[in-house]
Design a protein around this ligand. Sequence first.
Ligand code: WTA
Length: 643
Amino acid sequence: MLKFNANRMPMSDRIETLRDYTNDYHKSVVSPEKFWSEIAENFDWRKKWDQVLSWDFETPKISWFENAELNLTENIFERLLPTHENKTAIIWEPNDPKKNPIHLTYGELFKATCKFANAMKSQGVNKGDRVIIYMPMVPEAAVAMLACARVGAVHSVVFAGFSSSALADRINDCQAKMILTSDGNFRGNKNIQVKAVVDEALNNTEFVEKVIVLKRTGEAVEMIPGRDLWWDEALEGQSEDHLAEVMSAEDLLFILYTSGSTGKPKGVVHTTAGYMVYTYYSFLNVFQYDADDVYWCTADIGWITGHSYIVYGPLLAGATTLMFEGVPTYPHPGRFWEIVEKYKVNQFYTAPTAIRALQVHGTEPVEKFDLSSLKVIGSVGEPINEEAWHWYHEHVGKGNCPLVDTWWQTETGGIMISPLAGITPNKPAHASLPLPGVQPVIVDSEGNELEGNNVEGNLCIKYPWPSMIRTTYGDHQRCKDTYFSTYKGMYFTGDGVKRDHDGFLRILGRVDDVINVSGHRMGTAEVENAINEHSNVIESAVVGYPHEIKGQGIYAFAICDSLDKSAEVLEDEIKQLVRKIIGPIAKPEHVQIVSGLPKTRSGKIMRRILRKVASRDLSNLGDISTLLNPEVVDDIIKGAGLD
Ligand code: WTA
C-alpha cells in the first residue's frame, strides 16, 4: 500500500530567491544525484531506486532512478487527493464562447481516468501496448493520456492536423494497437473530419485492433463493427476504481514523433520517473505557480509543450490547468484575452507566432479585457524577436509580468533554459540561464567548448537531466547518430546559441535542416520527400526563409519534367500534394519551378544560395564559381523575380 501524507505540500521544491537559484544550480552541478534524489523524495514510490543515475553518452544509455517502481498517475491522484480532491484540475474552454466550459476537480479527473483505464483494459490494452491519441483539445484527450499511464500503455499523441498518411506512418512505426479519436474537431469556424482521416490511415496499416471514438461534433461517421466503438459505449458499466499498474522507472511513458533533418519523423521516447520528476520541478520553478493560481498554456496536446506543460507538469504540481479547444482569433482577435479575464488566469504561456499574429490586430483587442490577474507570461517554440517580446511584455504583461522565454525541445522533455519568473533577470529575446540540473555548453564546429562570454556556436548539453530522450523508438542507432555523434560525449541540440557579454544565452535557431514554422518543426527532407511524390517532379530542395508571422516559411524549388502543364498548375499541385501527404502545416508558402539546382562538384545541393534567394537577399551570395552548374543561379534569381 502507498503511504499518504496529507500535510505535505508540493511547493517545497520551489526556488524563491536569486540566491536559492545560485545555490541550487551549484548543488545540481556538484552533486547532481543528491540534488535530484531530494526532489524525487516528494513523490510516492512503490519501491525506491537502487541508483539515482547511470549513464554514458556513447551508447547512449541513460537511466534515472534505476529499478524504482511507481505509477505516475498515483503521484497525481493518490498522492494529491487528500489535499486536492475538490480543487479544479482542468478548466476546459470550448471553441465556441457561447457553449459551456467544463471544470473537473482532481477527484472527478481521477474517476474519469480510472473509468477510461478500465475501458481500455476491457478492449484488450495491456502494459507496454502502444496507443495513438488523435484527438481535439478536449478534457477526454488528457484523460486518455492519463489512462494510458495508469494501465502502463505507451501513448503516442499525434497532432490532429496531420494527414492520414502521416498518421499511418506513425501507427506503423510504433505498431499501435488502439486509436483514440473523435468524430470531428471544432477549430475556429472549421469543423474538421477527424474520424475520416483515421479511417483512411487504417487502410494502410495492419496493427490497430480497436478504435474508440468520442462524439464531439455529431458528424455522421462510419463505424466499423468489431473495430470501432463509441467512447460512451466503451465506458458503459466500467468501475471508477482502478488499481494502477506498477511501472519501472525506465518503462516507457510515451513516444512523441518529431521532425528531424533527415527522412521520416522520429519517435522520441520518454520514460516514467525522470520525466515525472523533471516536468514537475520545471513547471513549479519556471512559472512560480502558487497554490490557488490558474495556469494556461495555449499549446496543443499533440506537441511536447502540451504533454509537459498542459497535462503532466501542472497536474503533478497540483495546479489548475486550462485547456482551450479553439484558436487565438476566433470569433475575434481578443479571444485569448477574453479567456484570461474570464478565468482570471495567472500564468499564460504561448508561442511567438501567436503573439505576432495578434500584434497585427493592434492593441485594442488586448485593452478591451481585464488582464490584471496575470503574474507571469511565457513564450516557447521558436526564437522570440525583440519587437514581439516588447509588445507581449508591454501590452499583455502591462510591463510588470516577468516574461519567461523558455528554450527546450521534444527531446529534452522539459524546459532547459529560461528565466525563473521574478527570480532570475529578464532580458528581451534571451532564454537566459539554465535551470538547475542543466549543463549547457557552446561548442565550435570541431566540438571545442567555447568558454567565457561573447561567444557563439552550437548548443550542446554535457550532462544528463532526468527527462532527456532515451532512444528513438525502434531505432537506437538513429538516436545515437542524431544527438550523440556530432560532438563526442555531448547531447547536440541542433540549435545555434550566443552567450552575450552578461553571460545570458540567446538561442539563434536551428543550425541543421529543420525549419521552424509557427513553432512547429519541419524537416526539409520530409517536405522534399512529399514533393518528390509528384509524378512530374525530378528533384526538389526545400529551405526556410524569414516570415513575419510564422517565424519561418517553407520555400520549395523543384525541377519538373512536364512541359504540358504551366508552372502555375505545377506549383499549385505540389502545394496541395504536400498538404495531403503531411498536413496543412507543411504546405510550402512558395514553390518555384527551376531548370536546375545549384550543386557542388560532389553533387551536394548548395542550400545556402537557395536560402538567400528565398529570403530575397542577394547580398553576400558568396563564391558560386566552384559550383558544378553556376549558370542555374542566374535562372533561379530571375525565376524568383529578383533580377
Ligand atoms: C526551437 C518545443 C528559441 C528550437 C518545446 C528547438 C526555441 C525547437 C525556443 C524544438 C525558444 C523552442 N527560443 N528557440 N524559447 N523554444 N525553440 O521539439 O529550435 O517542437 O530546437 O519543442 O524549437 O521544437 P520542439
